[in-house]
Design a protein around this ligand. Structure first.
Ligand SMILES: [Zn+2]
Length: 275
């Protein structure tokens, strides 16, 4: 849509996109959902999305951000144990924002460069995967059953990557479906052929992305152990204050790298389905 006007129109759209992204990121920072760096990254991700597409692009990103922020506030006490295990706390920093939104932003830039809607399925698949993973984590931590490793099927600490619960899997499907529903209501049904088609596309892309996320999280993602408490964690400094020691995984593959690959898998799945 960017290519349809002159230079002035294009600059106007980019400015409008930056204002919209700034408003959303500012709200995220004020409510404690984003760190200052996370808010800056959200402007970088949101600007091309809000500037490029129609209502369906903007509403999918806005829906992901507001619903995921709301979910992270649910069940605070029961999540406390998992929060000490997971790599980072409830406030998203720039690494998490770029890992979850980077592929979506690239899809928006591709749409701006090429024009048309060919990149929309990739965008939707990437956001659906980010939503699936976020919802699975946030809702899965409320599960009364201990998570099991997707690789070994043995019980693992709540919050550790690669651990899955039936509740978390259901939440992953719901997260992808929710993004598809928002896309369909916003007028993005073309990518799936129909409203039901775009919901199915986002659900499958979301599940595929979170499956890749869990598989990588349970195999190559780095895991540490706290020498004081003896528990496994993704943190380099444990909640107790002790510096942790690596126990397995590849040193540079942290949760952000795994999330980035997961959203890319969601985008690829959606592109294949849209053909
Ligand atoms: Zn400790």
């Amino acid at each position: 849509m960017l290519g349809s006007g002159g230079r002035g129109v294009r600059l106007g759209r980019v400015a409008l996109g930056a204002v919209a992204a700034g408003a959303v990121a500012g709200a995220g920072w004020r409510t404690g959902a984003l760190t200052p760096g996370g808010a800056a990254a959200a402007v970088a991700v949101g600007t091309p999305v809000f500037a490029t597409g129609g209502l369906h692009w903007a509403s999918v990103l806005f829906g992901f951000f507001t619903l995921s922020s709301a979910l992270s506030r649910v069940g605070g006490a029961r999540k406390a144990a998992g929060a000490d295990v997971a790599a980072k706390g409830g406030r998203r920093d720039e690494g998490q924002v770029l890992a979850n939104g980077g592929v979506a932003a690239v899809a928006a830039l591709a749409a701006a460069a090429a024009g048309g809607e060919a990149a929309f399925p990739a965008f939707l698949g990437a956001v659906a995967a980010a939503a699936s993973d976020t919802w699975a984590t946030e809702v899965g931590m409320l599960s009364r059953r201990p998570p099991r490793s997707i690789v070994t099927l043995r019980p693992v600490p709540p919050g550790i990557s690669g651990g899955v619960t039936p509740l978390g899997l259901a939440a992953a499907a719901a997260g992808g479906a929710a993004m598809g529903l928002i896309a369909a209501l916003g007028g993005g049904e073309g990518s799936g052929g129909s409203r039901a088609g775009v919901v199915a596309l986002a659900t499958v892309a979301g599940l595929s992305g979170s499956l890749v996320d869990s598989l990588l999280g349970g195999t190559v993602q780095r895991v540490f152990r706290c020498p004081c408490c003896g528990v496994e964690t993704e943190r380099q400094v444990h909640g107790c204050g002790a510096t942790t020691v690596p126990v397995r995984g590849v040193g540079w593959i942290d949760n952000d790298v795994v999330n980035l690959v997961g959203t890319a898998a969601g985008a690829a799945t959606a592109l294949v389905m849209a053909r």
